[in-house]
Design a protein around this ligand. Structure first.
Ligand code: FAD
Length: 309
């Protein structure tokens, strides 16, 4: 059995593995795709001490660093079920492949995925004007015109954030009203360079083959079609945590995020969680990495306080 089994190989899982391995305890990592969301990222400019890097390079370095330690990496493997034996305290993780792994502690770091609009042009222009992360890509659109899709808290926060950087923001909401908190909506409506369109459905992202040049949408009240000329589209219609496999096992929030405390503990003793799959606020590489360190150190703390089963 492992002392620490990490499920997920993104920035949070890789950091948890490094921290656990450096304690000299038996550490394993199960990852469906080592690197995680970073693999789909182009430029990364907000990970301190690395002024500029690119996603695939960052992911390769994550894996290299983990491989410098005695860590059992099980790549292309997916966790399907987690169970804890109340008597022994041992935790089992069943993989989709049929294998079963046993560990004294588990760090779950299975990350999240952005919900997409599924309209023509969205996939084609991903990272070429279509983006899901205002904190990451906002500065790329300095002085330009952009749209934000989605009028929930994340969409309205993104629009407020971007309004300070870009020339103009159009916020597009499918429903007849915004769903964001009133205080955010008031702030949004006070900004001179933001236009809000409700009851509007995005139908296509248009581009010139290289980059985004506009967006087509349809009014849901009049059925009229419109085109906006712009350079960027920020899709903010939800971040889905990869926690479906844990439903009924440990406490999840209404959004499906694993509920953790400040030490990364979940509702199951011996099970810790980190990164985008948790209730830790702000989904960023540096935040995920930090929470991975927290979870691994908490797992170590748990091990030294419990008897070996
Ligand atoms: P993830 O990176 O999502 O990794 C999850 C890991 O778990 C993966 O290895 C995955 O394969 C694995 N996994 C999932 N389910 C299972 C399962 N059931 N069993 C086993 N393994 C599983 N952040 C920044 O700070 N700066 C940026 O510039 C930036 N740009 C971004 C650009 C894009 C296009 C995207 C999508 C995100 C960007 N982010 C950026 C956000 C950042 O990538 C995430 O916050 C970060 O990757 C979260 O790390 P994580 O380890 O929690 O999860």
């Amino acid at each position: 059995p492992f002392d620490v089994l990490v499920v997920g190989g993104g920035p949070s899982g890789a950091t948890a593995a490094v921290y656990a391995a450096r304690k000299g305890i038996r550490t394993g990592v199960v990852a469906e795709r080592f690197g995680g969301q970073v693999l789909d990222t182009m430029a990364i400019e907000n990970f301190t001490s690395v002024s500029y890097t690119e996603g695939p390079k960052f992911a390769a370095e994550l894996e290299n660093q983990v491989r410098q330690y005695d860590v059992d990496i099980m790549n292309n493997q997916r966790g399907a079920k987690l169970t804890r034996d109340d008597e022994s305290g041992m935790i089992s993780v069943d993989l989709v492949s049929g294998a079963q792994l046993s560990s004294r502690t588990v760090v779950i770091s299975t990350g999240a995925r952005w919900r997409s609009m599924d309209v023509p042009g969205e996939a084609e222009y991903r990272n070429k004007g279509v983006t899901y992360c205002p904190h990451c890509d906002g500065p790329l659109f300095k002085g330009k015109r952009v749209a934000v899709i989605g009028g929930g808290n994340s969409g309205v926060e993104a629009a407020i954030d971007l309004a300070g950087i870009v020339a103009h923001v159009t916020l597009i909401e499918f429903d007849s009203e915004l769903r964001a908190d009133q205080v955010l909506q008031r702030k949004l409506r006070s900004l001179p360079n933001v236009e809000v369109l409700v009851s509007s459905m995005t139908t296509e992202v248009v581009g010139d083959g290289t980059t985004v040049t506009g967006l087509n949408y349809k009014s849901r009240t009049t059925d009229e079609a419109h085109t906006l000329e712009l350079d960027g589209v920020f899709v903010q219609i939800g971040l889905l945590p990869n926690t479906e496999w844990l439903e009924g096992t440990l406490e999840l929030s209404a959004r499906g995020e694993i509920v953790v405390d400040e030490a990364g503990r979940t509702s199951l003793p011996g099970v810790f969680a980190a990164g985008d799959c948790t209730t830790v606020p702000f989904k960023q590489i540096v935040v995920a990495a930090g929470s991975g360190a927290t979870a691994a150190l908490s797992a170590f703390d748990h091990i030294i306080r419990t008897d070996v089963p």
